[in-house]
Design a protein around this ligand. Structure first.
Ligand SMILES: Nc1ncnc2c1ncn2[C@@H]1O[C@H](COP(=O)(O)OP(=O)(O)O)[C@@H](O)[C@H]1O
Ligand SMILES: O=P(O)(O)OC[C@H]1O[C@](O)(COP(=O)(O)O)[C@@H](O)[C@@H]1O
Length: 316
């Protein structure tokens, strides 16, 4: 597809990553460093796409009072900024990267108290934006004040405009979006295992369970279902195949944004006409490449391509 990829983030965040050697809840913890970066799911996707060289436009709802880190990121990476400014400050989310246990703890805040009129204004803007590009990534949670069916409404409108929508969200908004009639469903979704369980309403402990749930969604009319499975890689299901793509376990500097990098890789490969295996390789390579850094950034393309060649693909 031509034109920029459009990313829509209704609930962006400034991610504050605190790095420490061992997190002990209830005790005094000494941090080694703190890093702050503009983030939130669609912003992270845009940032990774820009690093890869894909033209990208970022929109959504951004607090007027602390928009500067976002503007700096967009300018540095050549991301077209079409965010609607709303009163207040964008949330700050805390990410605790424990280098001892090699795990990240996320503390996510609810976000701006926006009202439905802000969403209506954004929806009007989406009509013009989809004239520029048809691939739309709608990613992340909803800010306080918006009802759970907000993503569903946005997708229905985007589909009317002829967009191809990739949705990455969780909880009640995910359930609402997936309960929509066929013509209002996204073309692609990227839940992680927990999010897929939230939709299914049951635990999905085995890979077979995850594959069945992903097929169920595909059969309902979602062209591509990708399920990220942490260090086990990711599952990619479409009408023709189910593939498990993985790399050996990586000691991540920070896992924050790995799912978003995976989404960026998926959409970039899909729009360039890659087959299911090509999409799976690129997506997992983007995610793995991101794990080596704090913030939504990729190394140069050669490193990502080389990683992609080492991805193991298992046909299920
Ligand atoms: N420790 C790890 N080792 C190797 N790959 C990983 C690791 N953690 C995450 N990944 C890769 O990153 C992708 C996204 O991570 P995941 O944690 O599943 O996403 P999300 O952040 O959306 O929950 C995974 O599908 C996998 O390809
Ligand atoms: O939109 P949500 O679900 O509240 O999540 C927001 C958080 O997710 C992130 O986008 C990271 O997401 P992933 O780790 O799933 O890729 C952070 O930048 C942000 O703090």
């Amino acid at each position: 597809m031509s034109g920029p990829v459009i990313t829509v983030t209704l609930n962006p965040a400034i991610d504050q990553t605190v790095t420490l050697d061992g997190l002990y809840p209830g005790s005094v913890n000494l941090a080694k460093s703190v890093t702050s970066n503009a983030g939130g799911k669609g912003v992270n996707v845009a940032s990774c796409l820009a690093d890869w060289g894909t033209p990208v436009l970022a929109t959504g709802l951004l607090g007027k009072s602390n928009s500067e880190p976002f503007e700096t990121l967009f300018e540095a990476k050549g991301i077209l900024d079409r965010f609607l400014r709303v009163p207040g400050s964008t949330r700050v989310n805390i990410k605790i990267a424990d280098t001892c246990r090699n795990e990240t703890t996320d503390i996510n805040l609810p976000g701006l108290d926006v009202d439905e009129e802000d969403l209506d204004r954004l929806m009007e803007r989406l009509g013009d934006l989809t004239e520029l590009g048809r691939d739309v990534v709608l990613a992340g949670s909803l800010p306080a004040g918006l009802p759970a069916d907000s993503h569903a409404r946005v997708i229905a409108r985007l589909n009317q405009f002829g967009a191809r929508v990739l949705l990455d969200t969780s909880g009640a908004p995910l359930v609402a979006a997936l309960a929509a009639p066929r013509e209002a469903l996204p073309a692609c979704i990227k839940p992680n295992r927990h999010e897929l369980e939230q939709w299914a309403g049951r635990p999905l402990p085995t890979l077979d369970d995850v594959v069945s749930a992903a097929f169920e969604l595909q059969q309902r009319g979602i062209e591509k279902v990708a399920v990220s499975l942490g260090e086990d890689g990711a599952l990619f299901v479409d009408g023709k195949s189910a593939l498990l793509a993985s790399l050996p376990v990586i000691n991540a500097v920070s896992t924050v944004g790995a799912g978003d990098a995976l989404v960026a890789g998926l959409i970039s490969a899909w729009r360039s006409g890659a087959d299911a295996e090509g999409i799976a390789r690129r997506a997992v390579a983007f995610a793995a490449a991101k794990l080596g850094r704090i913030g939504p950034h990729l190394p140069d393309a050669t490193e990502v391509i080389n990683l992609g060649e080492t991805v193991t693909i298992q046909k299920l």
